[in-house]
Each structure stands twice: as C-alpha cells, then as structure tokens.
Design a protein. Structure first.
Length: 179
C-alpha cells in the first residue's frame, strides 16, 4: 500500500460539486454554539453531497475564521442559508415536502440502525444545541426522531460526530436508491 497524494484523490472542484447530483438531504442546525462543530458539519455535508445546511438561531454563519478552520472551504461548496428561528426553517422545508427528522433521544424515537428510508423521500436532519439538544418545539414538529445507539456510560455524542454517523448511515441507505 501507498498513501495517495491529494492530486490522486480525484476530488470535485467547487463548480463540479455545485453541478453534481445531490442526496435529498438538508441539515438543520438548531442553535449550535461551537464554530468548530459548524465547520465540521459543512465539511461532512460536502463529503456526502448533501443539498444544503440551514443555520438557525445562535448558529454562526460563514464567513468566519473559526468555521473555516474546520470546514476547509466547504462553506464555498455547500449551499447554506440562515433562519433566525428554527421553526421558520422547518416550515419552509415541510412546504417543500421534506420529512423532518430530529436526531434526539425521545419517547418513540427509532434507533438509527432500525430506521428505513422511504424511497424518493427528502429528509431534513435536525441537530440540536450541544447542551440542550433539539428544542421540544422542533421535536413536536418532526415526522421522526432518530436516536444513535450508544452502549457506554455517556448518553450523547458531540454534534459533529453525530452528524458524521447519521450522514454516513443515510448516505448508505439513500445512495443505492438513486442509482
């Protein structure tokens, strides 16, 4: 084995990314306080060709040095928009026939590994504040709550880790359907 050089990775340019087909996924960040988490979600969203990110409430927006540090340019490729209120973003997505999926521990939540994506459905994945999680008002407006199975002593993941786990899972479930 030999480690590949960057020029051997055949990565898309920003223009190629914008023109590429996207997974029917939008991420909603509900009051995320960490700029590094925001940047990381942009970078992960770029890796999985999502349609965009809705930054809501106190969630900071690009351009910002601390977001850029972890996004590594993904704020240029991934479409994003800002909403002062998360419910405004949810209503906009529902009007566009997105299924709203809060990533949260809740009564009636479905474990991620048991969640079955509906063919041709569009999903908005809501990730909540690092301390308080997804606000109850948003959970109430959700079509589903998904919980990531955990087996240790801790009861939560960092939001950037959660986004990576959930996007990878959805990518694997949706991508074969699109072919």
């Amino acid at each position: 084995m030999r480690k590949l050089k960057n020029e051997e990775l055949n990565r898309k340019t920003v223009e190629e990314f914008k023109d590429a087909g996207k997974l029917p996924l939008v991420i909603v960040l509900d009051n995320i306080r960490s700029l590094n988490n925001i940047g990381s979600v942009f970078r992960t969203g770029d890796a999985f060709l999502i349609r965009g990110i809705m930054l809501c409430g106190i969630t900071a927006t690009p351009p910002h040095k601390e977001i850029h540090k972890t996004a590594l340019g993904a704020t240029d490729s991934v479409y994003w928009e800002y909403h002062e209120n998360t419910m405004q973003a949810i209503e906009k997505l529902k009007a566009r026939d997105y299924k709203i999926v809060s990533i949260e521990q809740a009564t009636g939540s479905v474990m991620l590994n048991k969640f079955e994506c509906q063919p041709r459905a569009k999903y908005a994945l809501v990730f909540g504040n690092e301390v308080k999680g997804v606000r109850q008002e948003v959970v109430d407006a959700s079509d589903f709550c998904i919980e990531i199975p955990q087996f240790g002593t801790k009861h939560s993941f960092n939001i950037a880790v959660s986004a990576g786990i959930v996007l990878w899972d959805f990518f694997n479930k949706i991508q074969p359907v699109l072919k």
